[in-house]
Design a protein around this ligand. Structure first.
Ligand SMILES: *[C@@H]1O[C@H](CO)[C@@H](O)[C@H](O)[C@H]1NC(C)=O
Ligand SMILES: *[C@@H]1O[C@H](CO)[C@@H](O)[C@H](O)[C@H]1NC(C)=O
Ligand SMILES: *[C@@H]1O[C@H](CO)[C@@H](O)[C@H](O)[C@H]1NC(C)=O
Ligand SMILES: *[C@@H]1O[C@H](CO)[C@@H](O)[C@H](O)[C@H]1NC(C)=O
Ligand SMILES: *[C@@H]1O[C@H](CO)[C@@H](O)[C@H](O)[C@H]1NC(C)=O
Ligand SMILES: *[C@@H]1O[C@H](CO)[C@@H](O)[C@H](O)[C@H]1NC(C)=O
Ligand SMILES: *[C@@H]1O[C@H](CO)[C@@H](O)[C@H](O)[C@H]1NC(C)=O
Ligand SMILES: *[C@@H]1O[C@H](CO)[C@@H](O)[C@H](O)[C@H]1NC(C)=O
Ligand SMILES: *[C@@H]1O[C@H](CO)[C@@H](O)[C@H](O)[C@H]1NC(C)=O
Ligand SMILES: *[C@@H]1O[C@H](CO)[C@@H](O)[C@H](O)[C@H]1NC(C)=O
Ligand SMILES: *[C@@H]1O[C@H](CO)[C@@H](O)[C@H](O)[C@H]1NC(C)=O
Length: 670
């Protein structure tokens, strides 16, 4: 009996234990998906989902075309958000991409896309769209919708027959803070996987302080950059939405004249109306004959503004600011001029509104997607070039109530695009600097070909007669005011008088639209002074010009400029502009009594004290700027400074007043 009891007991205990074990295992977290195991960084995978032989059938086995379907995934399994993710896939089977979903080609190219021709051996880059940022599992309680993205690809490839699995050769991330070991097909013959990890440098640098997301709504934090484009959806309807696009200049020295903005619609949208700006082309043929015309049968497309896939828009002229039909938008209608905030905060922003029509399957008030591939350029060659990132969702903008009530209106959705000035070495500068000084009667002119050389294709006559490599010849001061041809003959006479060598052939000109002369005018015990002259060789006037002078050692001693409004702005930079109401640099023009066109010219003396910069040696080089920027463009600097020769520096005993008198007299002479 006791035996029987104990058997029952044992059985009960056993069942209990089994139940216990069962409950315990149910409480254990589910094991991580297989390919993810072991990756604590960014997991990348590419899966070939299938391929089918297509016509034409060819004899050469490895050139047979196949249609293929593949998917690529990017999973954030790390501790840092992955912003503006871009996946790079190196295709090696002549892939032609026909359909891309979940991302767009970073290059903005059209489909079908020949990866061999388009990338020439480099990887094909896909930028996340509409999901641009992958948050961390920690910040989202492991929500895969926020931590991972899938790109679906459809296309054609050329490969040998099955069972061979034509996979790409490499997977990586465009983000330089990650390194990705070579991807392998170890998990499965049709899967290529790798796990990218933070580089030790990036890990050491620590997370950016904006790594946290907006706690309230899980938006990404707003970012900063040189030019920030904000895309606000103000009203959303089933089929249309109203967007406010704002361009704001945050670069201390960036500037745009006659800006032009373009972007790419990804979801067959089109623009029906616009205020505060205007598309370059009013053309609706693309809609009429496209899917838009099919879908919106009742819509009068003659009233639609633009159906380009890549619309290009311009600012309106000031005369349209109060136009009831296309104007009346705050910050609009300034002819595309965007100045730095240090020039004028009111003119550092441009804005326009547009009504956008959506297409199926986006006909829902909550289905909103921003366009991609924003590109902003200025019409002046002096304007910098910008490279724009992708649109990221940020917390909605707030606006003061338009009717003046003490309330704020919140945008339905807001995206932000950050554009940074690219310091590309390809673009030659458009302005140059010449140096002169009181102790040397020659001017060190702008460099030969400072703003590019004449090409033998476009200017054969010029390029055949001058040397692009010979150093520029020293000039007499009066030659600074003359056009280059005239300057060259003056240089010859000067070389003859001063017994200087003459290169054969003569050096080419500087080909700059703007040149700037820095003349060290005095150097005495307590201080020194210089004279800055701006020359505009272009036919067009320049309103609201500005320039920035970087003085490495003399910066702290800057006292004042007399005819310009100059201030110290940090980083050894003196920011210079005209006084209010006279901030205008004329273009080159004919002048009576002179047989050559003269440049527009502005000039001011700058005075410096040596009290705050003891030990500076003005003549040895401390009195010359190391960098000069005009209207956002970094100017070409001369390769040498005027040297003192054997003469001693004069002026040691001259008083400041006398120096200024002398320099203002020189100012009248030039
Ligand atoms: C893709 O581009 C490569 C290189 O330009 C070219 O050889 C190939 O024929 C192109 N493929 C197709 C299908 O056009
Ligand atoms: C291949 O990758 C896909 C997507 O990442 C995944 O769903 C699938 O399970 C993987 N297959 C194997 C055999 O690992
Ligand atoms: C992985 O790819 C290589 C080269 O493409 C191939 O030789 C190998 O068989 C593949 N491995 C598996 C497990 O399929
Ligand atoms: C633009 O510059 C800012 C800093 O000035 C930097 O944080 C940001 O990553 C840059 N953005 C792009 C798209 O390069
Ligand atoms: C507007 O800019 C264009 C060139 O960008 C220029 O030709 C025109 O004179 C400007 N108009 C005004 C009113 O400034
Ligand atoms: C619009 O989208 C929301 C959320 O995605 C959904 O609940 C709703 O049913 C959609 N409305 C229509 C008319 O499709
Ligand atoms: C931006 O637009 C300019 C002028 O239209 C063009 O030259 C440039 O290539 C474009 N940049 C990009 C990245 O598309
Ligand atoms: C100074 O220069 C550094 C790097 O060149 C830059 O990051 C910083 O923003 C500049 N500061 C100011 C006040 O312009
Ligand atoms: C000089 O510039 C400063 C800063 O932009 C401005 O506040 C001031 O009014 C200007 N002075 C004159 C006389 O234009
Ligand atoms: C300046 O004069 C030259 C010839 O003397 C003439 O060809 C040119 O058109 C004039 N330029 C202007 C802006 O008047
Ligand atoms: C003036 O400066 C230039 C450039 O440094 C130098 O070549 C020349 O010899 C100097 N002239 C005299 C007279 O010192």
């Amino acid at each position: 009996m006791a035996m029987a009891m104990s058997i029952v007991d044992i059985a009960q205990t056993f069942i209990f234990l089994v139940l216990l074990a069962h409950t315990a295992s149910a409480q254990l977290p589910a094991p991580a998906p297989a390919p993810d195991a072991g990756c604590n960084g960014i997991f990348l995978s590419y899966t070939l989902q299938g391929r089918d032989q297509i016509r034409p059938h060819v004899a050469e086995r490895n050139s047979q075309p196949y249609s293929f379907r593949a998917s690529a995934t990017v999973v954030n399994s790390g501790t840092r958000p992955l912003r503006s993710w871009a996946l790079q896939i190196t295709f090696v089977h002549g892939e032609i991409l026909v359909g891309v979903d979940g991302a767009v080609l970073t290059s903005g190219a059209d489909l079908p896309y020949n990866t061999t021709a388009g990338d020439a051996g480099r990887p094909t880059s896909f930028t996340g769209y509409p999901q641009t940022d992958l948050l961390t599992p920690i910040a989202t309680a492991g929500d895969p919708a926020k931590t991972q993205a899938t790109v679906n690809l459809v296309g054609t490839l050329f490969a040998g027959p099955k069972p061979y699995d034509p996979l790409p050769s490499f997977l990586s991330l465009a983000d330089p803070s990650y390194t990705c070991p070579p991807a392998t097909n170890a998990t499965s013959p049709t899967n290529l996987t790798t796990c990218c990890v933070l580089t030790s440098a990036a890990a050491a640098a620590g997370a950016d302080d904006d790594s946290a997301t907006d706690p309230a709504r899980n938006f990404l934090p707003r970012r900063t950059g040189d030019l920030v484009i904000t895309y606000d959806v103000l009203q959303s309807h089933e089929a249309t939405y109203l967007a406010l696009v704002t361009l704001e200049n945050d670069a201390p020295l960036g500037r745009l004249d006659g800006w032009q903005l373009s972007w790419r619609w990804q979801r067959e949208e089109f623009i029906s109306t616009m205020r505060g700006a205007y598309p370059r082309e009013v053309d609706t043929a693309g809609c009429l004959y496209g899917p838009q015309g099919q879908y919106y049968k009742g819509l009068d497309f003659s009233k639609v503004l633009n159906c380009d896939r890549t619309p290009v828009v311009h600012d309106l002229p000031p005369s349209r600011a109060n136009d009831d039909d296309i104007g009346r938008i705050n910050h609009c209608c300034r002819n595309g001029t965007i100045l730095p905030k240090s020039m004028d905060v009111a003119q550092s922003k441009s804005a326009f509104q547009m009504e956008v029509y959506k297409m199926p399957p986006d006909l829902n008030r909550t289905k909103l997607y921003p366009p991609t591939s924003f590109n902003v350029t200025g019409s002046s060659p002096l304007n910098p070039e910008y490279a724009c990132g992708v649109a990221i969702p940020v917390s909605p903008s707030e606006y003061p109530d338009p009717s003046g009530l003490a309330s704020t209106t919140v945008a339905v959705a807001t995206w932000q695009v950050v554009c940074n000035i690219t310091t590309s070495t390809k673009k030659p500068p458009r302005c140059c600097v010449s140096f002169s000084a009181f102790y040397n009667e020659s001017v060190v002119p702008c460099r030969t070909c400072a703003c590019g050389c004449p090409s033998s294709a476009t200017q054969p006559a010029v390029s055949a007669t001058c040397s692009t490599t010979a150093p520029a010849m020293l000039l007499p001061p009066q030659a600074l005011l003359m056009p280059f041809d005239r300057r060259a003959s003056e240089a010859l006479t000067w070389a003859d008088q001063k017994h200087l060598g003459v290169p054969n052939p003569m050096p080419c000109g500087d080909f700059c639209g703007v040149s700037i002369n820095w003349h060290v005018a005095t150097d005495f015990t307590g201080g020194w002074s210089a004279r800055l002259t701006l020359f505009n060789w272009d036919g067009t006037d320049m309103p609201d010009w500005f320039t920035a002078i970087v003085m490495d050692r003399a910066y702290d001693g800057f006292d004042q400029a007399y005819s310009f409004n100059a201030t110290r702005v940090g980083n050894s930079t003196i920011f210079v502009k005209g006084f209010q109401g006279s901030n205008f640099l004329l273009g080159e023009r004919n002048m009576s009594g002179v047989d050559y066109p003269v440049p527009g010219k502005l000039q001011s003396v700058f005075s410096f004290t040596k009290k705050t910069t003891p030990g500076i040696d003005v003549i040895a080089g401390d009195g010359f700027p190391s960098k000069v920027i005009f209207n956002g463009d970094e100017c070409a600097m001369p390769l040498r400074i005027p040297s003192q020769g054997t003469k001693q520096a004069g002026g040691g005993v001259i008083s400041m007043q006398l120096c200024l008198l002398v320099s203002s007299f020189l100012l009248l002479l030039l």
